[in-house]
Design a protein around this ligand. Structure first.
Ligand SMILES: Nc1ncnc2c1ncn2[C@@H]1O[C@H](COP(=O)(O)OP(=O)(O)O)[C@@H](O)[C@H]1O
Ligand SMILES: [Mg+2]
Length: 335
């Protein structure tokens, strides 16, 4: 197949905030995907999403499929930027469509859908000003996050708040810095789990990945915060989580965790691939935090490739599975 790989590249730019490029991909990831596609016999054009005239580019350079990992740049619809252009030009692409990408980027809206589907998700409240009346049902500690970000942007240990004044302070800070609503939700003590789903002809739920932060004592972080993700593996800062894949769970818990991830994938309408972040409470309830329709695909660092390796897949098999799923949908005339 003739494939275009669309991406936003991480850059070094000291005039931007420290987390400005966190969602974007490294050259290593782009190279790895290109190499995997090449190994499987495809030709690959690299298309940086910042490139101007993307519309005319795709109108004039017809490809069989776009392999899309671009996170986009502008506003609440940003992950849908490339898919919107491709939909208009009727060019097929891998992964979720404009609708699911925009929905999943909005954590509160996603949580409302999860609630309607009886999928457990932490109780929450959305703040647009940071001085609204507090929902009395919420039990502290709460964690406050930007409503429409990823890669734990704006989330560190200090985002866990224990009283109303700290909550409002953090909510106002997030509204100001990230120019969006702040989501406060109950902090779930317990195991951090993440579940990958691949639709390679059938629906495969990959082995659950458990991320254990007990090895990070002294780092100042104790969950999958921005610092933890950004500097993952940094021994000096002790940001060295331990990965267990499959997760250390009994059979019944494993089944329930996989079930909520699959229900979430369907409820949000994800296609080809997704990764659902879950916290397993001390009383064994798998609370869904969010779903990622564009999970990181760094071959060494990202969570989803680790799950694929545990399932016995090579990196190129993972990339090909995403491609085949999208190609099958195209052939069947499905979106
Ligand atoms: N309600 C919560 N309870 C416990 N930990 C949480 C909660 N919400 C977020 N976290 C922690 O913060 C991390 C990032 O939050 P998440 O909602 O997944 O946002 P992002 O889209 O930035 O990944 C999670 O992986 C988890 O470690
Ligand atoms: Mg997450």
């Amino acid at each position: 197949m003739k494939i275009a790989l669309t991406f936003n590249l991480k850059k070094k730019d000291s005039t931007k905030p420290a987390d400005y490029f966190s969602e974007f991909d490294s050259e290593e990831t782009v190279d790895a995907i290109r190499g995997a596609l090449y190994k499987k016999g495809h030709s690959v054009d690299l298309v940086e999403a910042h490139q101007q005239n993307l519309f005319s580019y795709f109108r004039d350079n017809r490809v069989d499929m776009v392999f899309n990992i671009a996170e986009g740049t502008c506003g609440r619809f940003r992950e849908s930027e490339i898919p919107a252009i491709l939909d208009y030009l009727e060019v097929p692409y891998t992964g979720s469509d404009t609708f699911s990408l925009a929905l999943a980027l909005n954590k509160a809206l996603t949580k409302k859908i999860l609630q309607a589907e009886n999928i457990p998700t932490p109780r929450f409240q959305l703040f647009t000003k940071g001085n609204e009346e507090l929902n009395p049902d919420l039990i502290f500690p709460l964690i406050v996050k930007p409503n429409c970000e990823g890669s734990a942007k704006g989330i560190n240990a200090a985002n866990v708040v224990r009283d109303e004044s700290a909550l409002f302070r953090k909510a106002r800070e997030i509204i100001k810095v990230y120019r969006q609503e702040a989501l406060a939700e109950e902090f779930i003590e317990g195991k951090e789990l993440t579940v990958g789903i691949l639709e390679n002809g059938k629906t495969t739920i990959l082995p659950i990945l458990e991320i254990d932060f007990s090895s990070c004592e002294g780092s100042g972080e104790y969950f999958y915060s921005w610092r933890m993700k950004e500097y993952q593996g940094d021994e000096q800062q002790r940001l060295t989580p331990t990965f267990h894949c499959p997760a250390r769970l009994d059979k019944d818990t494993e089944r329930r965790v996989k079930e909520v991830a699959l229900k979430t994938h369907h409820a949000v309408g994800c296609l080809d691939i997704s990764r659902t972040d879950i916290r397993l409470s001390r009383d064994n309830i798998p609370y869904v935090l969010e779903i990622n329709p564009l999970p990181g695909l760094d071959p060494k660092e990202s969570n989803l490739p680790l799950m694929a390796y545990a399932a016995g897949m090579k990196y190129e098999d993972l990339i090909e599975a995403i491609l085949i799923s999208a190609a099958k949908r195209k052939k069947a005339g499905l979106n």
